[in-house]
Design a binder for this molecule. Structure first.
Ligand code: NAD
Length: 354
């Protein structure tokens, strides 16, 4: 297992250090893995004058998986757009062809009170949102701002999905559903958009290859409503780039704690980039108070999806649950009156629980 480790900026270095402790513990237990560090985002700009330096690109391409912290920081806010940290993130996703973005929304029994919804609505919640990541209106051409013949200015973007783009992400979705509750809901806006009508037709066609999976379709406005009305009705949600962007953020807040949410972005060979859903949190960087669990849980996803080591994935997830059961909490997930521990102490607690 060759893993590129890109801590990035802000709390990225602190949380990735904890995930690396977990990987080192697994290595000393016999797991054969290699890690090599690189720079991304502001760290890339500082080291090489580029948020996605050539050396990082080479490292990422040669590795089986990438572990990323987060990018971004106030000191980079005034750089020209191509030099901004976030460009590094977009370029690495695109450069590695990572078209399938997986974001689980899982509520741990110990954290059920952190959700903004009533405990009975979210207790036991376990949803997987699969968002197509490299197509749709975010990448469609033409786009821009133009002046019409009558002199009025107009902003415009283009939404499109090609058949191969829909097929490949649909296959990923059905394969994930097969390993979970065998239920998938494809979310679109087929009552209004031609792109969505086409999406629905292709997903329905791919479904014929997965007769054990129960496929349903839902309009995105209804899905947004159902996610806060009765979120436990969902198992896997498959959707396009723009709808997935919005729904995955909505679903993540059902769990109440951004510091707990991992993600995976995969290519067609299950090579992947694994990162927490949150950003570089410059407001708390350098204070040893960030929650490293989202990053550690991203390593569990790496074991599951890139290395097909379900056993190791479950071992990491069980260790995280055990630390929560022991009452250990970083500040973001602590309830009133609970004792808080720091980022490094939380990493050590997970290693001990392993
Ligand atoms: P953010 O996710 O960094 O922070 C939002 C809030 O959540 C902050 O109050 C922060 O302290 C808190 N938080 C985030 N992660 C936490 C953790 N692990 N433990 C405890 N608290 C945590 O979002 P933001 O403030 O909007 O953005 C900050 C920077 O991060 C910006 O430069 C932005 O562009 C960048 N960003 C990067 C990514 C990424 O690398 N994937 C994603 C989102 C934002």
């Amino acid at each position: 297992m060759k893993i590129a480790v890109l801590p990035g900026d802000g709390i990225g270095t602190e949380i990735v250090a904890q995930a690396v402790k977990v990987l080192e513990a697994l290595r000393s237990d016999g797991l054969k893995l290699e890690m090599e560090y690189g720079h991304l985002g502001g760290a890339g700009y500082d080291a090489a004058g580029d948020p996605f330096p050539a050396a990082t690109e080479k490292l990422a391409k040669e590795s089986d998986a990438v572990l990323l912290g987060a990018v971004g920081g106030y000191q980079y806010d005034n750089l020209p757009r191509p030099m901004r940290p976030e460009q590094g993130l977009l370029r690495i996703r695109k450069g590695l062809g990572l078209f399938a973005n997986l974001r689980p929304a899982l509520v741990y029994p110990e954290l059920v009170n952190s959700s903004s919804l009533k405990p009975e609505l979210v207790s036991g919640l376990d949803i997987m949102i699969l968002r197509e990541l490299t197509g749709d209106i975010y990448f469609g051409q033409p786009r821009g701002i133009r002046t019409l013949e009558n002199g009025e200015r107009q902003g415009f973007d283009t939404m499109h999905y090609s058949e191969s783009e829909v097929r490949r992400v649909a296959h990923v979705g059905f394969n994930i559903a097969m390993k979970r509750g065998k239920k998938m809901c494809s979310v679109d806006k087929a009552n209004v958009l031609d792109t969505s009508m086409f999406w629905r037709e292709i997903v329905t066609d791919v479904a014929k290859e997965y007769p054990q999976v129960e496929l349903s379709h839902m309009y995105v406005d209804n899905a947004a409503m159902q996610l806060v009305r009765a979120p436990k009705q969902f198992d896997v949600i498959l959707t396009g780039n723009i709808f997935g962007d919005i729904l995955s953020d909505e679903a993540s807040m059902l769990t109440g704690s951004i510091g707990m949410l991992p993600s995976a972005s995969l290519d067609s060979n299950n090579k992947g980039l694994y990162e927490p859903c949150h950003g570089s949190a410059p407001d708390i960087a350098g204070k040893d108070i960030a929650n490293p669990l989202a990053t550690i849980l991203s390593v569990a996803m790496m074991m599951r999806y890139t290395f097909a080591r379900e056993d190791v994935a479950q071992r990491i997830e069980a260790a995280v649950r055990k630390t929560l059961q022991q009452g250990l909490r970083t500040g973001d997930i602590a309830e009133a009156g609970m004792q808080k521990i720091g980022c490094a102490a939380m990493g050590s607690a997970v290693v001990a629980a392993l």
